[in-house]
Design a protein around this ligand. Sequence first.
Ligand SMILES: CC(=O)N[C@H]1[C@@H](OP(=O)(O)OP(=O)(O)OC[C@H]2O[C@@H](n3ccc(=O)[nH]c3=O)[C@H](O)[C@@H]2O)O[C@H](CO)[C@@H](O)[C@@H]1O
Ligand SMILES: C=C(OP(=O)(O)O)C(=O)O
Length: 421
Amino acid sequence: MDKLLIRGGRPLSGEITISGAKNAALPELCAALLTAEPVTLDNVPALQDVATMLKLLRNMGAKAERDADRPDRIRLDAGSVTSPEAPYDLVKTMRASILALGPLLARFGEATVSLPGGCAIGSRPVDQHIKGLQAMGADIRVEHGYILAKAPTGGLRGARITTDMVTVTGTENLMMAAALARGETVLENAAQEPEIPDLAEMLIAMGAKIEGHGTSKIRIQGVERLGGVNHRTIPDRIETGTFLCAVAATGGEVLLRHARADHLDAVIDKLREAGARIEAGTDWIRVAASGRLKAQSFRTSEYPAFPTDMQAQFMALDCVAEGTARITETIFENRFMHVNELVRLGARIEVDGHTAVVQGVEKLSGATVMATDLRASASLVIAGLVAEGETVVDRIYHLDRGYDHMEAKLRAVGADIERIK
Ligand SMILES: CC(=O)N[C@H]1[C@@H](OP(=O)(O)OP(=O)(O)OC[C@H]2O[C@@H](n3ccc(=O)[nH]c3=O)[C@H](O)[C@@H]2O)O[C@H](CO)[C@@H](O)[C@@H]1O
Ligand SMILES: C=C(OP(=O)(O)O)C(=O)O
């Protein structure tokens, strides 16, 4: 199993190019299932989750290949889908496979999708996806770990759907299903994360009629068919935020290219309050920091508030900042698993329910730690970059699921980090 060996204590300087967003690319790959025409996606990151999604689409009979001359481009053709099914062995490694459910049901009138397992960060049920599709007339049974879904005769029907909580993939699944349903769907309490308007723009370019994306009320007028499209995925705001925290923690100065500061206001505000210097243009962000920063308290919440996917990385920064930070996680019930590993590196953190209290220390000291989920892994990498001596981050397959060549990007700005097999 691969590990990362980090020798900490080096400031970072230079340039990093931000990849396309994992959480936009995954639903957009599934959106290709809505049409029999070719779809081309650009700026798709090279990640394990994307590879898994391509496998899943090919398993259904779709064509899904990276362009040989241009690796960020994926060409998809779901004209040849024969089996609207997502089997357990592919779904179990990637929860986002649930995003195949809405498009398959809308286009083929039926779908069989394995229930995603509970994962490290929480139980993560999909009841809201199911409830929304049922409101559109689908008959849904859960048997032997599979969601067996059938559309009514004549196809899904538009409906007014208010989800019990704000759900990102739930909103995406229902928006995609509604694009091919009969009549109007109104999604109330919709998620507003930037990945949702990006998906909506792609669907609109395919011929969908969608309004209100990026707000909590999305209106979709179903159309009979959708066509092909060439769409460019937005930059990954969480990869961007991860590198911003890394530079703020280690000190130095780095220019992030192809980055969108306007998708990351809550994190950038906190970094500035901590003492990092940040400038930004339309597609770049420059971050500079020196000395110890000031610890920052925050509370994760739905967009545009502080993202849960940045909680672990910012906690690593707080571990070596001056003062005390209170970090409250409100989205997932079990997203503090990095805490014990950070403590192994010398951090002082106490968890009380959904809140972690971090007392900043002057330094961390390298140790062997274990990655438990994707962003926990990123947090341990940041901690390793600031710790004295050697840190080994074990089980980095989590990191490979969601970061595009992270260690190569960090090495290019001066980090002493290598992958050991
Ligand atoms: C592929 C992708 O885009 N993943 C992101 C997406 O995950 P994902 O879409 O799975 O997360 P949700 O927004 O759905 O989850 C929000 C909360 O709602 C709960 N819930 C959700 C759906 C449901 O049917 N029932 C239910 O109870 C979840 O357990 C969680 O407590 O948004 C999360 C929250 O920003 C991010 O951390 C993930 O990186
Ligand atoms: C939790 C995450 O992803 P997923 O929903 O794919 O598990 C994440 O990106 O931090």
